[in-house]
Write a protein that binds this ligand. Structure first.
Ligand code: AMP
Length: 398
């Protein structure tokens, strides 16, 4: 695999001030962190730099304060949580630039860690303003980016700094980029993509890109209904974007031209109510009752998906095959996830998945830890699946 960017292996951090961009955009409730997954992911890079005697200066955004300080979006409550998980003190500066930050950074000793306040409290962050970038850059000798999830934005702390300082990918960014390379960059074939979820409208670019890159594209979830309806199948009361029938037909035609097989549901689990435990039945997709809606793929569809997984060497997955949050409509997603996990564990499949709902679904299936890589990045992962260049990644490439 070709690594086109520099990593911590190439950096001499000892005694240096290292500006480390991380993702600390964790879910919070009443000032308390409710899920520490994102914090866990940045610990290895922080530890490595600190252990090598670097002075770690953490940069992150939180929420959308739109260029001014907003108390509820302060990173201050995250510093003690980070400190506890890291097992060492983490200082805090209530501004990310200016005299306060400069004073705190100047007092750092080798191996110390400090968190600077939300970069988005300054309008220069999202505007990637040169003056703001220069002021941030003056606080560091090196720049390390460990926030893949923010790499689809060309902001000061995700893109600008890399143009001002010697720059490197952190370990989490590195792992993410290596996994994505295995998924779609230079994958082992055959490659199967599973794309599910509610709507086609949010994933048109993604589908258009995938049909040119993968050998089979499984379309599941609510969005499959639009493809079925575009073939003249009556989907009853199912979620369906009838106005996108043309788009669906175009994607199917592009797939045919590219030699990509589109795998649509052949059977479906239907119900009259969108609620847990609603009475349901399994029917062929062309026998959906007028008053019913498709809420999951049926067992024959799962068998077809799993057969493709058996043939595949690589899987890229975004979006559930059904309304997995409500039982029993989780069955298809759970079964395919379990099968992919098993194949991955047996060394037969490279499996890369991402997107908020997908992570939740794979966790629910107990499959996430067996996947090759599960990305917690939402927007950045989708833009990568769309084949777009991510500014925060491009700038790291020498
Ligand atoms: P997305 O955010 O586009 O990945 O969509 C995920 C959502 O799609 C989940 O909340 C699922 O419950 C929902 N979903 C999946 N399949 C269906 C379906 N057949 N009908 C309605 N919603 C669905």
């Amino acid at each position: 695999m070709t690594t086109q960017f520099k990593t911590l292996d190439d950096a001499d951090v000892t005694g240096k001030r290292v500006l480390l961009r991380v993702d600390l955009n964790v879910p919070m409730q009443d000032g308390k962190v409710t899920d520490t997954t994102r914090i866990e992911r940045v610990l290895p890079t922080i530890r490595e730099i600190a252990e090598k005697g670097g002075r770690v200066i953490l940069l992150a955004h939180f929420g959308r304060p739109k260029g001014k300080p907003v108390k509820e979006m302060s990173l201050e409550p995250i510093a003690p949580v980070l400190s506890e998980m890291l097992g060492q003190p983490v200082g805090f500066s209530d501004d990310c630039i200016g005299p306060v930050a400069a004073g705190i950074v100047a007092a750092l000793k080798d191996g110390n860690v400090v968190l600077l306040e939300n970069t988005r409290f300054h309008a220069g962050e999202e505007a990637n303003d040169e003056d703001f970038v220069t002021r941030l850059a003056s606080l560091g000798d090196l720049y390390v980016n460990d926030a893949f999830s923010a790499a689809h934005r060309a902001h000061a702390s995700t893109e600008g700094l890399a143009r001002h300082l010697p720059s490197y990918a952190g370990r989490t960014m590195q792992a993410e980029l290596e996994a994505l390379e295995k998924g779609l960059g230079d994958p082992q074939r055959p490659v199967v993509a599973i794309v599910g979820g509610a709507k086609v409208s949010s994933k048109i670019d993604l589908l258009q890109n995938l049909v040119t890159k993968v050998d089979a594209l499984v379309i599941g979830g609510g969005m499959a209904n639009t493809f079925l309806a575009a073939q003249g199948i009556d989907v009853g009361k199912s979620l369906c974007e009838h106005d996108l029938a043309d788009t669906a037909r175009k994607i199917a035609a592009a797939a045919k031209d590219a030699g990509c097989e589109i795998v649509l549901p052949v059977d479906a689990v239907v119900a009259r109510d969108f609620k847990a435990g609603a009475p349901s039945e399994t029917v062929p997709v062309d026998k959906v009752p007028q008053d019913a809606m498709i809420l999951d793929a049926g067992p024959e569809t799962v068998a077809a998906v799993n057969a493709w997984l058996d043939k595949a060497k690589t899987l890229v997955w975004n979006g559930p095959l059904g309304a997995f949050e409500i039982k029993p409509f989780d069955a298809a997603t759970m079964a395919a996830a379990a099968h992919a996990a098993e194949l991955t564990k047996a060394g037969k499949l490279v499996s890369v998945a991402g997107g908020g709902d997908t992570v939740a679904a794979l966790n629910q299936a107990g499959a996430a830890s067996d996947f090759t890589y599960v990305s917690t990045a939402g927007g950045a992962f989708l833009e990568w699946m769309e084949g777009k260049a991510l500014p925060g990644v491009e700038v790291l490439k020498a």
